[in-house]
Design a protein around this ligand. Sequence first.
Ligand SMILES: Cc1cc2nc3c(=O)[nH]c(=O)nc-3n(C[C@H](O)[C@H](O)[C@H](O)COP(=O)(O)O)c2cc1C
Length: 350
Amino acid sequence: MGYRSAKRFLFLLPPEDAHSISLLTLSTFPSLFAECCPPGYAGKMGMLSRSVFGIKFSNPVGMAAGFDKNADAIAAMCSMGFGFAEVGTVTPKPQRGNPKPRMFRYEQHGALQNSMGFNNKGLAHLIRRLKASYPARIPIGANVGKNKDTPQKNAMDDYLLMISEAKDLCDYLVINVSSPNTAGLRDLQNEEFISDLFSSARKQTGRPLLLKISPDLKASKAVYLCKAAMDNGASGIIATNTTVDYSIMGGSKGFGGISGLPLKEKSIAMLRELSSELYGRIPLISVGGIFSGDDAYERIACGASLVQLYTGFIFGGPGLPLRIKTRMIDLMEKNGFESIKDLEGSSLRR
Ligand SMILES: Cc1cc2nc3c(=O)[nH]c(=O)nc-3n(C[C@H](O)[C@H](O)[C@H](O)COP(=O)(O)O)c2cc1C
């Protein structure tokens, strides 16, 4: 069944049910949507490979956090042609998340809005799943957060516990302080907390440690925060999470975070700000509104080393990673770039 027919069915369902069915299908039949590379491109895929923070990526297109929160579908991410996948956000204890409905689909806008609130099966399940799947055929990131009922003053303990337990079962770790759906979480986007957390985490592991930031930070604050993370051992920055700027989409709800096409402009704006200050000093991963090879190409040209997507996958389906990759190769050939490394930051040099 092509994704077009599957999508017609899935989009009749409430978005969270559609998500559960999709994830169950992908975890049960990981090769169902195995990528089938057209002959003309098979020999060119090497153009997309590269190393970032000491890890080799066969291509720069990753699945963003939130889709496979509990690391149940890692094998499917590999077979669909993603270059890496980020699982989580996972918290130390399992938690149900916010009341339903908490995921909304805006087909006409190419957007989702969610207030999931870190629904996840917790650290013990994550460890079991990672032990079964790690190392995978592609790099795996573990995105970590704090439990809703952990007092703010103990937030650091949750992050450090997650890092110490997961560090040897993934390729990189992401500190998520930018989800809008856990009360007070974004308050942790302050220099003191980030500096302390990264310096403590760095003492626990040599694995790449990344910070994921919100698109709603003022640019100067975002740069400041990223520098604090960098000065204390961060290996990369992921920009961005979902936005609570409801003005970007007519008909949006007044809660949760918006993702997908309406987020694109904000996500690019943040990437440009970060690139202008930090390009060449720390790898940047761009996420937010990436739906096509043109989008991915533009982000890399603007200084991103890698890209991620979530909402684009919901709208574009399992064939999207391959479509993005082949289009990137076409664009790179047309514009004379032999490798992703060549393309990276090219629009900053103009
Ligand atoms: C339903 C949903 C759940 C998400 N859950 C998480 C999460 O648990 N942790 C996280 O860091 N980001 C989460 N995200 C944010 C995505 O990883 C991504 O940063 C954001 O959606 C922007 O990318 P996109 O426009 O490609 O979706 C979630 C997004 C959606 C739509």
